[in-house]
Write a protein that binds this ligand. Structure first.
Ligand code: CA
Length: 219
């Protein structure tokens, strides 16, 4: 399958040039001309990486990146004009994977995209984690308890896999936020809610599953 890129860029000449170059390099490209269209493209899903110009006519690309980072770890390369160092730094702090300063060569863009994609790829594995009656299939991203498949949302699965990798270990909610959401500035309540829901799914099964316990005042 071809890698699908979102190109969020308001300068049509530049965007069309990038798109044709990237398509020739073997990528599928969806171009969005402003932040609103960019948001819509991200919402549709199926995007593997976003190239995001921070200077957009209808709001800062930084806001778009911030909104995106609160729900996903999709690889993002931010693009800024010369002299917009503050934006670049803010972009990296919010969680951009790399940045490019205009003008840049198309070859460099492709090289950066490939490098970011390589870094973000999880190592190939068919690892099965087993904790008591719980089995977590990390390749299929599925978990079952004594053969009874659990219905998990993506974040619940990620949480379960993380906990199953280190049975007995205590995680703080900040650590869980950092590792699963990729951010530490989100509300710890998000973690509490996910742990609560996951715990609910692990109880009331015919075969008892390992328990998730809370260490008061820490994790
Ligand atoms: Ca722009």
């Amino acid at each position: 399958m071809r890698t699908h890129l979102a190109l969020i860029e308001d300068d049509p000449d530049f965007a069309l040039m990038c798109r044709s170059y990237l398509e020739r390099a073997g990528f599928t490209v969806t171009w969005a001309i402003d932040a609103r269209a960019g948001k819509a493209v991200m919402h549709e899903g199926g995007i593997d990486l976003a190239v995001l110009d921070l200077g957009l006519p209808d709001g800062s690309g930084l806001d778009l990146l911030r909104a995106l980072r609160s729900i996903s770890r999709l690889p993002v390369i931010v693009v800024t004009g010369r002299g917009e160092e503050a934006d670049r730094v803010a972009g990296l702090e919010i969680g951009a994977d790399d940045y490019l300063v205009k003008p840049f060569s198309q070859r460099e863009l492709v090289a950066r995209i490939r490098a970011v994609l390589r870094r973000s790829q999880p190592p190939e594995s068919t690892e099965i984690l087993a904790v008591g009656a719980l089995r977590v299939d990390t390749a299929a991203r599925r978990a079952d308890v004594a053969g009874a498949l659990l219905t998990l949302r993506p974040k619940e699965y990620a949480l379960l896999e993380l906990l199953a990798r280190a049975p007995g270990r205590v995680f703080s909610s900040e650590q869980l936020l950092e590792q699963i959401w990729g951010v530490s500035w989100q509300q710890p309540a998000t973690v509490v809610e996910h742990v609560y829901r996951l715990r609910g799914k692990l109880t009331g099964l015919p075969t008892p599953a390992p328990r998730i316990t809370t260490v008061r005042g820490y994790g």
